[in-house]
Design a protein. Structure first.
Length: 158
């Protein structure tokens, strides 16, 4: 057993994240050798979110606030959470969420998730759907707008 201290880990950032989504993060599952449960530590400065408003099909997520304050947008509105608060986002539309730091202080959190593949995410604000077959699936992962939906028989018959 090699434990990981979530307060001491060094976070990384993606240089191509757009304004409002500058989030430091570290995926913990690979460090712990976990295959069926994932967790990611995030650090959000004021005005930033870790990802757009979305919900999952195939997985559920939990949020644990470690420090700072977060505003959680969900289907019922918005709720502010602080250190020690734990929330669950179930599979499907009822689990839609977006995490934003609207406070002055840095917010640190952990998102836990089941790791069931294939999985899907729906982004209601931008009308997109994403599908991930499994890690390493290459070109088989996809993100499309709902309006690009085609008929089942499209390009299958003459």
């Amino acid at each position: 057993m090699d434990p990981v201290n979530i307060y001491d880990v060094e976070l990384t950032r993606d240089d191509d994240d757009p304004e409002g989504y500058d989030a430091g993060y570290l995926r913990l599952g690979p460090l712990l050798g976990s295959e069926r449960i994932g967790a990611t530590v995030y650090e959000l400065k004021r005005g930033n979110s870790n990802c757009p408003y979305h919900y999952e099909y195939g997985n559920e997520e939990w949020l644990l606030v470690l420090s700072g304050r977060l505003t959680v947008r969900h289907p019922g509105g918005e709720t502010e959470l602080g250190p020690g608060d734990l929330a669950s986002f179930p599979n499907g539309p009822d689990g839609a969420h977006k995490l934003t730091n609207k406070s002055e202080e840095l917010a640190r959190l952990v998102m836990f998730s089941t790791k069931v593949d294939p999985s899907m995410a729906v982004y209601p604000d931008s009308n997109k759907i994403a599908a991930w077959p499994q890690p390493g699936a290459g070109d088989d992962k996809i993100m499309v707008r709902r309006e690009s939906n085609v008929d089942y028989w499209d390009r299958e018959v003459d």
